[in-house]
Design a protein around this ligand. Structure first.
Ligand SMILES: [Zn+2]
Length: 406
């Protein structure tokens, strides 16, 4: 008798993943999506996703409320072609957020789906064999993203994918592929840079090779205007217009920081949401249009966090330290590569506590807060490069992967 109950219990347990998968498959169905190949279970009423929220309300810039710590605009984005060598055969344990089933956005009919043998049918049966169409490839990506905002692209396949290549703004992104519940998932972070991007339409192209066949999926992403604040600041003149004798130094630093910012490595080590580097509130938001000593300058391409002198600064996720330097604008800086084109940067440190080449873990201290470089008071400037674009990091501290796919 007891054994019977044990079997019932085990059966229920085994059945569970299948049920939850079927329900999860309906997540993220977007209003206005074309016909989907998903089955009835996937077309149940969905809460229609509201348009992406405007800039997080928590990050309004109290420009004058504090002693206006400011610093450098990081190096200008040179539209570099980020190349990674062969599509990674990296199979990593899928981070939790990959777990949810794919959004039914664009499906490619299962050209490569194996014909399933019908049990019991005679080999010479004249009855047509029913080949049930399965969504072999499902692309999830938002149809709209604000200027400067990061977003995610996810490709899910029932069959192993030999390679996935994403084309975005002249760059080629090769996401690592992980396996979750017998599904093959490629997840990439993309975005635009407030310095260079204007509202309009951008084409996203995903090329995936599945069972020897190449599939191309396309998506138009509308880049919507964002209402970023203006910020007027007064600084020592040499920090606004650097004297001639430091021009060479600044140029040399820029080439090193640009190379670090454009780093693309094959293994994804980030997962969302990212961990905040410090707990203090945000003093200056990403995108703030800066007017320094009356002169319009580049927008602020990072977040300024309140952080007292000597406060430990934590790494937002695991990765590898690729640059530690003392730079004219940014002061003591640490750059950490999180893989697949995501690089985090920490500026104005009083001292870094890691060195180039170090492997760091999520939450590990990488330096102490300071006011080195162009800063009028201790604070942490944090920037995030995504495929070479400096994007607004704010949504990444609060959003799950699923939210950033819509
Ligand atoms: Zn800043």
């Amino acid at each position: 008798m007891r054994r019977f109950f044990l079997i019932v219990f085990l059966t229920a347990l085994l059945g569970l993943p299948l049920n939850s998968l079927a329900q999860d498959s309906s997540f993220g169905l977007e209003e206005g999506d074309g016909p989907s190949l998903l089955t009835a279970a996937n077309t149940q009423a969905q809460p229609v996703q509201a348009a992406p929220a405007p800039a997080a309300p928590a990050v309004t810039a109290p420009a004058q409320a504090t002693p206006d710590p400011v610093e450098a605009e990081p190096a200008q984005a040179a539209p570099a072609l980020d190349q990674v060598s062969p599509p990674p055969a990296v199979v990593e344990p899928a981070p939790a957020e990959v777990g949810s089933a794919p959004t039914a956005d664009v499906s490619v009919p299962a050209a490569t789906a194996p014909v399933q043998a019908v049990a019991g049918s005679a080999p010479d049966s004249v009855e047509p064999v029913q080949v049930k169409p399965v969504p072999a490839l499902v692309l999830a990506a938002p149809r709209k993203a604000g200027v400067g905002k990061p977003f995610l692209v996810r490709l899910t396949s029932d069959l192993p994918m030999e390679s996935v290549l994403i084309r975005w703004q002249g760059r080629e992104v090769v996401p690592s592929i992980s396996v979750w519940n017998d599904r093959h998932v490629a997840l990439a972070m993309l975005g635009t840079d407030v310095l260079t991007e204007r509202p309009g339409k951008e084409e996203l192209v995903v090329v995936a090779s599945v069972a020897g066949k190449e599939n191309t999926l396309r998506r138009t992403v509308r880049i919507a205007p964002e209402d970023y604040p203006k910020q007027e600041l007064t600084l020592p003149e040499k920090m606004v217009s650097p004297p001639k004798e430091v021009h060479d130094r600044i140029a040399a630093e820029r080439s090193r920081t640009t190379a670090a910012k454009d780093t693309v490595s094959a293994r994804r080590m980030w997962r969302l949401p990212l961990e905040r580097p410090v707990q203090g509130k945000i003093l200056s938001v990403y995108g703030a249009q800066r007017i320094l000593n009356g002169k319009p300058k580049n927008p602020h391409r990072g977040l300024d966090f309140r952080s007292p002198m000597g406060n430990p600064v934590k790494c937002v996720d695991s990765g590898r330290v690729i640059l530690v330097g003392d730079h004219y604008y940014a002061g003591n800086s640490v750059y950490v590569d999180h893989g697949n084109g995501v690089v985090s940067m920490y500026f104005h440190l009083s001292e870094p506590t890691v060195k180039e080449g170090d492997e760091v873990r999520r939450g590990q201290t990488i330096g102490l807060t300071g006011m080195t470089g162009r800063a009028t008071g201790p604070h942490l400037h944090f920037s995030l490069s995504v495929q070479g674009d400096l994007v607004d990091p704010a949504p990444l501290f609060t959003s799950t992967a699923d939210k950033l796919l819509r």
